[in-house]
Design a binder for this molecule. Structure first.
Ligand code: ZN
Length: 72
């Protein structure tokens, strides 16, 4: 909340674990934290979707993207 905090974030701290980010994994420090963030994001999106359309719940689970395959 201070100017110093903002600077520290811009400098590159992993939003998952707070460690310095690796350039190739930005804004995260590692593929693991990338996956954690992706899972969190998808979980949030998934919850919103199932609230509106409970019938597609199974379909959403099956389509859960694999971060490894996205890289290729
Ligand atoms: Zn991290």
């Amino acid at each position: 909340m201070t100017a110093n905090n903002t600077q520290a974030r811009a400098k590159g701290a992993c939003p998952i674990c707070g460690r310095p980010t690796e350039r190739r994994h930005r804004p995260f420090c590692s593929p693991r934290c990338q996956d954690v963030d992706l899972a969190r994001w998808l979980t949030g999106a998934y919850v919103v979707q199932t609230e509106e359309q409970p019938e597609v719940e199974d379909d959403v689970v099956v389509r859960f993207p694999d971060p490894e395959s996205r890289r290729k």
